[in-house]
Design a protein. Sequence first.
Length: 180
Amino acid sequence: MNTVNQYYRLLKETGNLVIINNPHNLFKTSHYFQKFHLRNGVALIKKGTLRPAYHFGMHHNYCWILSKTEKGIKEKWNGTKENHDKDFYEDVFEYQNAYRDKNGFHPQAIPEWLVEIFVELLSDEGDLILDPFFGSGTTGVVAKKLDRNYIGIEIKKEYVDMARNRINRINRTLDEYCGD
């Protein structure tokens, strides 16, 4: 509960909180998020299935997009509030999770293209993004590419090293691209 209170305290009035987890865990913790406004729910269909002994096989995660108030809704959400364009996003995405490179493997990493969608829709250039479960650093990579600032928190040293290596490669690539 204390962690969710801190998310709420730190979030700007127009900020958003994205929570991704399996339906079982989201249900168990849903009461902690009651002070937030549910902006959208998104089903994230995985190509593989987690098969715990005590549940049906889990073939999807669920994503909650939360805000402090209705003010968190930006104009760029599927076009404008009044007139949705034909290229709008739906509330189901299929993806393959995991990240692997020569330095290691993270089995639950969300793919960059999916993180890019959320970052582009929910933030503007220069905004600060907090990822308290930074893992392999996908949020940091995407933030760098899209000119956002970020703070990543990760407890496992192997993932911290993996994230640092990924982001350093992005920094070098961006420097080469920009001619620095």
